[in-house]
Ligand binder design. Structure first.
Ligand code: IMP
Ligand code: MG
Length: 404
């Protein structure tokens, strides 16, 4: 089995957790490479819902679990998550010593910054993710191995003290973090390379979505790290040849949590219906997600950024409950049509979606062989996007997945 990278092609919440859990059986290890506990990956087995924020979604398949250097680790969240999983999970987990930590000060600063932004707030998850990555770039943040060795917090405390962030309690937090992380720390890049040299294979699990990428997403309404397949080798500390084939995950409509442009957003009764049927509430924050039609302009851009020739399409069962469907195939701006996903935030805010009606799937049932209307819809989408739909998910349960 070759290495495979599961990446999100929209604004997150495409269903990556479900797809990773479904595929993990074929691999030796599952590795997270980006983001932190802002992620909320949901896996449903036998009606029981498991939500992963830091632990890779391969946890329930008994696989080796790797958290690479590009991830920012919140020890309190990790500890809480491990306490809900069988004890042996800890023995299968390795956290790279180079990961930056998310401290309680980062979380407070996330809140302070959001309040300062007022009506232009990003709508972050308030998990301290942006501040932790920023402190890394400023060379102020403790890494996992620093917290184990003993870290000089003075410069970080001085910085945060000046920002009006309360700095008490940090040393107790550092002690607790050391206790948690000692014994599960290692060199994740080295481990992946060793697995590959023995003929083993790795499944990479991205967090967030391509349109939330710090460089290529809808900046500044993005997360603070990279979310595309190209980031995998740099973030994990492996050679590019180990990065694996990209499998993009797309939901057959669009959702977004937090602020920022969303050309195909819908409101009113239809939005309420879609949100309700699709249970579109944040797995990390519980916020109602903004919902809208599938946007092929944005999706093609994301497919290009990841170089994915194959995609996994999720939630077709939800879309099949909506009577009249629309899909955006171009943007109209000042009288002209374009299929460019614009870098100008103002333009992205102003574009009018050009809609087409895809082949109807209303009322389609997906149990058993794929129904004719489902096949027609997928064929149309494959032609529009020039990709193959390799996996289809039509329900939250692990079993509701079709390989095509
Ligand atoms: P942050 O990553 O918490 O800084 O939030 C920045 C933006 O990314 C906000 O719009 C969040 O709602 C969004 N975001 C971060 N993580 C996720 C995720 O896992 N799913 C969906 N949106 C996310
Ligand atoms: Mg999510």
């Amino acid at each position: 089995m070759a290495n495979l990278a599961v990446v999100g092609l929209q604004w997150g919440d495409e269903g990556k957790g479900k797809i990773v859990d479904y595929l993990a059986g074929e691999f030796d290890a599952v590795a997270r490479f980006n983001g932190g506990s802002n992620a909320g990956h949901t896996v449903v087995i036998g009606g029981r819902k498991h939500t992963f924020h830091l632990v890779p979604s391969g946890a329930l398949k008994g696989k080796e679990l790797l958290i690479g250097a590009g991830v920012v680790v919140d020890p309190e969240v990790l500890s809480g998550e491990l306490s809900l999983l069988p004890d042996e999970t800890r023995r299968r987990l390795m956290v790279d010593g180079r990961c930056s930590l998310v401290s309680p000060l980062d979380k407070e600063f996330d809140r302070v910054l959001e309040e300062l932004r007022g009506s232009a707030a990003i709508g972050t998850t308030r998990r301290g993710i942006g501040p932790s990555y920023a402190m890394r770039a400023l060379r102020l943040s403790p890494r996992v191995s620093d917290i184990i060795d003993g870290f000089d917090f003075e410069p970080l405390l001085r910085f945060y003290g000046k920002q009006g962030v309360g700095t008490a309690g940090l040393l107790g937090w550092a002690e607790e973090s050391k206790r948690l992380l000692s014994g599960i720390t290692g060199d994740v890049g080295g481990r992946i390379t060793a697995i590959a040299e023995k003929g083993g294979s790795i499944l990479y699990e991205a967090s967030q979505g391509t349109l939330l990428d710090l460089l290529h997403g809808s900046y500044p309404y993005v997360t603070s790290t990279h979310t595309t397949a190209s980031y995998i080798p740099a973030a994990l500390g492996i050679g590019p040849s180990l990065a694996g084939k990209p499998l993009g995950v797309a939901k057959c409509y669009t959702t977004r949590v937090g602020g920022g442009p969303f050309p195909t957003e819908i409101s009113g009764d239809l939005a309420e219906t879609l949100r309700g049927v699709g249970n579109e509430y944040g797995a990390t924050t519980g916020r109602p997600r903004r919902v809208g039609w599938l946007d092929l302009v944005a999706l093609k851009y994301a497919i290009r950024l990841n170089g994915s020739k194959e995609i996994a399409l999720t939630k077709l069962d939800v879309l099949s409950q909506i009577r009249e469907l629309k899909v955006c195939t171009a943007y109209r701006h000042e009288g002209s049509e374009s299929t460019d996903f614009q870098s100008s935030l103002g333009r992205l805010d102003e574009v009018e979606p050009v809609y087409e009606s895809p082949p109807p799937i209303h009322g389609a049932k997906f149990e058993g062989p794929l129904p004719a209307d489902g096949r027609k819809f997928l064929g149309w989408l494959e032609r529009e996007l020039d990709v193959k739909v390799a996996l289809l998910s039509y329900g939250e349960e692990r079993s509701k997945t079709i390989e095509l």
